[in-house]
Write a protein that binds this ligand. Structure first.
Ligand code: PLP
Length: 397
């Protein structure tokens, strides 16, 4: 095989070579905690104990690192566990984070309520305002800039290259949460980020049947240590690793990521275009629509626009009624699986930032558009919109 391998070839083969012992095309799930040693510390294949390394997990980590263009991947028990490990590996009390304000509520909770307690400060910033990002940097203290793009659930698009410049000018690192785009649509390390985090629970797993997270490191260093070394040590010492069954499911999902993302994106674009013409819908947030403020940037830094569409209804009652009326779109937190989901984020995924400046609008419903037949999805949204338009109109003020 030549040196260049395309995305899907890499997704299917990197870290996923047939088992050399038996020829099994799919490498076995190494359901073991420990590995026999041929002498004291004489290890076969480098594996000693599954918290340190496990072949199933290692295969998935290599597969994901290859797709993100990083030097090493690290798989964790959840996306939040991956984020926590990254923060613990790189930060010390007194450090400061510039935090994209528009992002997953649980990330905000982790940084504020767990890491805040240990003396790590943060300043939330609008992700599309480079001047605000730059002025939030605290010289000598800002260690990380943390960005989610596209953001959850407002689908803001930030300029990753600009954030990377600001981070590096300040002597800090840029972390990008690439959960929404997945490496099929966006490779932040190529755009200048130092680290990528994922909730692999979402598009990478792809079937809503596994919880997981990952960090992918570039070849950079931090405070004299290679990033990959620092994250690897934290993974081993902190221990929030992905188990072999979960790593297997994530690796299996990742093989079809490209196929799924194509279909998610096609369905989402078709529904977004249709929804913006529907009575009852005040606004459709989807970076694939020409009127989206981040459309040109997304078209330039991404290879597609993804499968998440958020809708605004102008008032809370309509949004709640819509979210409770869809049927094929199951009312649920999470996203990125083959099945469609609808989420009323202000009370569900983002309840932890309710009543704060970072609160999600109460008239918003997030749709995770699955890979079902689009006409069935449209029919489901149509019957839910019929419920919305039948609601008594709110009093005008
Ligand atoms: N990052 C984003 C963008 C998310 O949407 C989520 C979960 O919803 C997470 C991180 C956290 O991942 P997990 O739920 O796997 O811990």
């Amino acid at each position: 095989m030549g040196a260049y391998r395309g995305f899907n070839t890499t997704a299917i083969h990197a870290g996923q070579e047939p088992d050399p012992l038996t020829g099994a095309v799919i490498p076995p799930i190494y359901q073991t905690s420990t590995f026999v040693q041929d002498g004291i510390n004489v290890l076969r294949g480098g594996h000693e104990y599954s918290r340190g390394s496990n072949p199933t997990r290692a295969g998935f980590e290599a597969q994901l690192a290859a797709l993100e263009g990083g030097v090493a991947g690290f798989a964790f028990a959840s996306g939040i566990a991956a984020e926590d490990a990254l923060l613990r590996a790189l930060l010390a009390p007194g450090d400061h984070i510039v935090l994209g304000a528009d992002g997953y509520g649980g990330t905000n909770r982790l940084i504020n309520r767990l890491h805040g307690k240990w003396g790590v400060g943060n300043t939330p910033v609008p992700i599309t305002d480079a001047a605000a990002v730059r002025s939030a940097v605290v010289p000598g203290k800002t260690a990380l800039l943390w960005l989610e793009t596209p953001s959850n659930p407002l689908l803001g698009i930030a300029d990753v290259r600009a954030w990377a410049r600001i981070a590096h000018d300040a002597g800090a690192l840029l972390v990008v949460d690439n959960t929404f785009a997945s490496p099929y649509l966006q490779r932040p390390l190529q755009l200048g980020a130092d680290l990528v985090v994922h909730s692999t629970t979402k598009y990478i797993g792809g079937h809503s049947d596994v919880l997981g997270g990952a960090v992918v490191a570039s070849g950079g260093a931090w405070r004299g240590e290679a990033l990959a070394e620092a994250i690897g040590f934290q993974q081993f010492a902190g221990g929030a690793v992905a188990g072999p069954q979960d790593a297997y499911l994530a690796a299996r999902g990742l093989k079809t990521l490209g196929l799924r993302m194509e279909r998610h994106g096609a369905n989402a674009l078709e529904l977004a275009r249709w929804l913006r013409e529907r009575p009852g819908v005040a606004e459709v947030l989807y970076p694939g629509l020409e009127e989206h403020p981040g459309h040109a940037l997304a078209a330039e830094q991404m290879d597609g626009f993804g499968g998440i569409v958020s809708l605004r209804f102008g008032h809370e009652r309509a949004a709640r009624a819509f979210a409770e009326s869809t049927r094929l779109f199951a009312l649920s937190v999470s996203l990125g699986g083959v099945e469609s989901l609808a989420c009323y984020c202000s009370e569900m995924t983002h309840a932890s930032v309710k009543d704060t400046p970072l609160a999600v609008p109460t008239d918003l419903v997030r749709l995770s558009v699955g890979v079902e037949d689009v006409r069935d999805l449209r029919a489901d949204l149509e019957q839910a919109l019929a419920v919305v338009v039948r609601l008594p109109q709110p009093a005008r003020v």
